[in-house]
Ligand binder design. Structure first.
Ligand SMILES: [Zn+2]
Length: 375
């Protein structure tokens, strides 16, 4: 079963609450999806992830295709069983990772040829094979193969890239067999591209919606453009997408981004930031970022965030976390990751409560007033 229904619309802005029903359970939106690149959210066990309140995780097709291989995972009972996660999973199509390979890839009408970053072996992913790989992984939500337009790009290049993504979206939908669609076991989301041009974003939305998907993602953001431009493009696409379908903003973002873009009606977010930054010793707090290696935390007996109720903040001081980080201890990554994910889920919870109570704008004002932080 896959369905989406809006349960409350903000009276003040485009923010909304919704319920996304998937074969592995219901997800409340807005939602943040931690990234589990290699079939694991780095530094945190699935048990802890559930305790933290993660409702859905994202995993990367590109990485699992290369290692250990989707057929291996399928043979072992699918990705949920393989990684010990029984709640919903969304997989990306691999398009973004391949895009990140730069010179190691070659794009044709058929698909994208690339060399593995692991052993240099050559592979081809087509829109059809991207669907097949994700189907065999058993993800609840799967994504169309798209071309993430590089930044900066000319209008002409962006347009032809966006049109290729549309043709690939059509092939992807065809590949989702009628049988799969009827059984409603997995659902395929379309991806809006169009780079940094309003007009092309609009064309992309119209073309993708015309093909018809149960949900839509906005891709090609946070690729090097300014924050202002990112917001402009996200808002443009979000405002044009059909209201009754879930809207997923790919690869976004910071806690501030979640607040700003939930306001514009974004329902789903994913980002490596809470987990990656945790391993780099950057902690997100209600007062802004804490860079734990800073000398000023050497004798600081306070928790990372006084307002935080996570395991890390309840039990450890900034001084201890700094010590673990400086000593290169594994526990540093684990405790920092717990805190950062807890913080992201708290922000999401506050966003939901503010939407529900029709006080989103005052919540947003307070949220931004608090932030200062290290730089
Ligand atoms: Zn904490």
């Amino acid at each position: 079963m896959f369905s989406y229904k809006i349960t409350h619309r903000s009276s003040e802005c485009d923010a909304r609450l919704g319920e996304l029903e998937t074969p592995h359970g219901v997800v409340t939106t807005p939602v943040f999806m931690p990234v589990g690149t290699q079939a694991t959210v780095k530094g945190v066990s699935p048990e802890r992830l559930e305790e933290l309140g993660a409702e859905i995780v994202l995993s990367n097709t590109y990485h699992l295709f290369l290692r250990p291989g989707h057929k291996t995972i399928e043979g072992l009972g699918g990705l949920h069983k393989f990684m010990g996660w029984q709640r919903p999973i969304l997989t990306d199509s691999g398009g973004f990772q391949v895009y990140s390979l730069g010179d190691l890839r070659k794009l044709t009408e058929d698909g994208v040829k690339f060399k593995s970053h692991l052993d240099g072996s050559s592979h081809l992913i087509t829109p059809e094979s991207a669907v097949q790989i994700q189907k065999s992984l058993g993800a609840d939500i799967i994504m169309c193969l798209d071309e993430c337009t590089s930044y900066p790009s000319s209008f002409e290049d962006t347009k032809s890239s966006m049109e290729l993504t549309l043709r690939w979206a059509e092939r992807s939908k065809k590949e989702m067999t009628k049988e799969a669609m009827e059984k409603n076991k997995q659902s395929l989301f379309g991806i809006v591209q169009g780079g940094m041009f309003d007009e092309l974003r609009r064309e992309s939305v119209e073309g993708t919606v015309a093909i018809g998907f149960p949900g839509y993602a906005v891709g090609g953001l946070s690729v090097g453009e300014s924050k202002g431009l990112m917001y402009e493009m996200a808002e443009c696409a979000l405002s044009l997408l059909p209201e009754e379908k879930p809207r997923y903003l790919m690869g976004v973002g910071t806690p501030e981004d979640l607040v700003n873009l939930a306001e514009n009606g974004a329902d789903m977010f994913d980002c490596v930031m809470p987990t990656r930054n945790a391993r780099n010793g950057t902690l997100f707090t209600s007062l802004g970022k804490v860079i734990i290696k800073n000398e000023k935390y050497k004798d600081d007996g306070a928790p990372v965030d006084d307002d935080c109720t996570c395991y890390t903040c309840r039990n450890f001081s900034r001084a201890y976390l700094r010590h673990l980080y400086m000593a290169g201890e594994i526990l540093s990554s684990i405790l920092n990751t717990l805190h950062n994910l807890h913080f992201y889920f708290s922000v999401i919870r506050e966003i939901r409560e503010a939407i529900m109570a029709d006080r989103f704008l005052s919540f947003k004002r307070d949220f931004f007033n608090r932030i200062e932080g290290d730089s």
